[in-house]
Design a protein around this ligand. Sequence first.
Ligand code: SF4
Ligand code: SF4
Length: 56
Amino acid sequence: MPAVIEVSKCTGCESCVGACPVETITMQAGKAVVGDACIDCGACVGACPCSAIEMK
Ligand code: SF4
Ligand code: SF4
């Protein structure tokens, strides 16, 4: 299942953007957005200092 961003917790730090091996996380209006290329690796979950990302 893909990574899901809990928008209310996202501070826009961009840590997850660099952590994603397939570069499918982008920033839109200051919030992280997971793209369709997500391979469900979970790397972004550990990279987020705000616990704003879950695998669902
Ligand atoms: S789970 Fe992996 S592939 Fe999917 S958005 Fe997070 S880092 Fe990228
Ligand atoms: S690492 Fe977490 S807080 Fe930072 S931009 Fe990504 S989802 Fe938002």
